[in-house]
Design a protein around this ligand. Structure first.
Ligand SMILES: Cc1cc2nc3c(=O)[nH]c(=O)nc-3n(C[C@H](O)[C@H](O)[C@H](O)COP(=O)(O)OP(=O)(O)OC[C@H]3O[C@@H](n4cnc5c(N)ncnc54)[C@H](O)[C@@H]3O)c2cc1C
Length: 403
């Protein structure tokens, strides 16, 4: 495995736990050397991803820091507007008593998965995978420490700039959104009640996502604030008081007094999609296969779906005595994932184009659309199920079943 981010670790855990002794997993990541920078982001994990983490034994450690999202409110206004009228509300559950998503700190997820992988005897190597060669009998991965290891299958979970994707000659369709995703944690006086709020502002969406109680004012939320590329450096360079004021202008006073608990950090936003998810003895997962706009908080959820699909194909092959890196296994994985990931990428791209736009007629049409959806409970139920990632007949791990 190249890459020990959340996607790589989740796949390693799924494979090693399903077939102890029969599958040997090695995870290579240069980030294992020394102190790994903390992941300060919090992720919206859909119900299907949570079920998988539970089946992998990682959820129990994460649960105390996981905040259920009970409902979601969407507004569409300009920054200068005195009120932000609500156009759309969603509430509902993936199943009775099961929230459709949770907000989870990225570091808690990484720590839990490292612990599960450690218990499953997975070998961690603090190096990168540079190149690989493959033939019908196996693959050889060339590591940055000079060693070459022989494997049946290489999984590239090495992120958006995947070296293995490049080594395999897989083309990458990509464009920049000329936007930056600004992320931070905000402390506030009043309880959010598990509500996620997304304000669609002309520069892009400003999302307020509930976290578990804590912080200097008793309650906390994570913000994902999309700004134009040209304006982001000014915001990211602000001192904490000025940055708090800017956040307050977007956040409003609904949750009482606020203060920034962490400095703001920026992530350049782009779209990227691999023309193929597989090559001989290689499977791309997570951001190595697709990078999408965070407008709907679905990037990591797509990665977890990749993990569930690839793990199931590989484990089934091993149990049947087949080659786990064979072309049939890889084709099955690609069939299961490529269309779904492309559909989500296209949907988030379209949503961002539609909402990061201040033209009067466009605003009128989209607000009309939101109003219509708000009056159709059947359609809203459909969106909740989509947000929960629950589908009939999908991979077993996404239904919470062990492989
Ligand atoms: C602002 C923002 C907010 C987001 N919010 C959400 C959200 O709420 N919900 C959601 O589902 N998604 C969200 N996402 C998307 C999510 O962050 C990514 O999809 C996810 O982190 C991808 O995980 P990954 O493991 O595939 O890649 P990464 O996290 O990038 O991990 C790749 C790993 O590979 C290692 N590596 C790199 N090169 C090599 C090599 N050659 N050999 C070995 N190892 C290598 C790196 O050190 C790294 O550890 C958000 C994204 C942004 C930008």
């Amino acid at each position: 495995m190249a890459g020990g981010g959340i996607a790589g670790l989740a796949l390693a855990a799924a494979l090693a736990r399903a077939c102890p002794g029969a599958i040997e997993v090695v995870v290579c990541d240069p980030a294992f050397a020394g102190e790994r920078p903390r992941d300060e982001r919090a992720y919206a994990i859909a119900a299907a991803g949570r079920r998988m983490l539970e089946a992998l034994g990682a959820w129990e450690a994460v649960a105390p820091q996981a905040q259920a999202i009970r409902d979601m409110v969407i507004t569409d206004s300009r920054l200068s507007d005195p009120v932000r009228p609500v156009f759309l509300t969603f509430d509902g559950e993936a199943a009775p008593g099961e929230p459709f998503a949770h907000m989870v700190p990225g570091q808690a997820l990484l720590d839990a998965l490292v612990a599960v992988c450690g218990e499953a005897g997975i070998v961690f190597r603090a190096c990168s995978v540079r190149r690989y060669t493959a033939d019908e009998f196996g693959a050889a991965a060339r590591l940055s420490d000079g060693e070459t290891i022989a494997v049946d299958l290489l999984a590239a979970a090495d992120g958006a700039r995947s070296r293995l994707r490049e080594a395999a000659g897989i083309s990458w369709i990509a464009w920049s959104y000329r936007q930056v995703g600004i992320v931070g944690t905000v402390a506030h006086e009043r309880d959010h009640g598990g509500r996620a709020i997304e304000h669609f502002l002309p520069s892009g969406p400003f999302a307020l996502l509930p976290l578990t109680p804590g912080g200097p004012l008793g309650h906390r939320s994570s913000i994902v604030w999309t700004e134009r590329e040209a304006d982001a450096p000014r915001i990211l360079a602000m001192n904490i008081e000025d940055a708090t004021e800017e956040v307050e202008r977007r956040f409003g006073l609904e949750l009482g007094a606020i203060t920034l608990e962490t400095p703001l950090r920026g992530w350049p936003l782009a779209f990227g999609f691999a023309r193929d998810f597989v090559a001989p003895r290689l499977a791309l997962i997570g951001d190595a296969a697709h990078v999408i706009h965070p407008i709907a908080g679905q990037g990591l959820n797509l990665a977890l779906k990749d993990v569930a699909a690839l793990a199931e194909s590989v484990v089934d092959a091993v149990r049947l005595g087949m080659d786990p890196g064979g072309a049939d296994v890889l084709e099955e994985y690609q069939r299961a994932r490529r269309f779904d990931a492309l559909a989500m990428g296209a949907a988030t791209d379209g949503l961002n184009r539609l909402f990061s736009n201040d033209a009067g007629p466009v605003r009128m049409i989209r607000d009309l659309g939101l109003g219509v959806v708000d009056r159709l409970p059947g359609l809203k139920r459909f969106f909740i199920r989509e947000a929960a990632g629950i589908s009939r007949g999908g991979p077993r791990l996404l239904r919470g079943e062990r492989l």
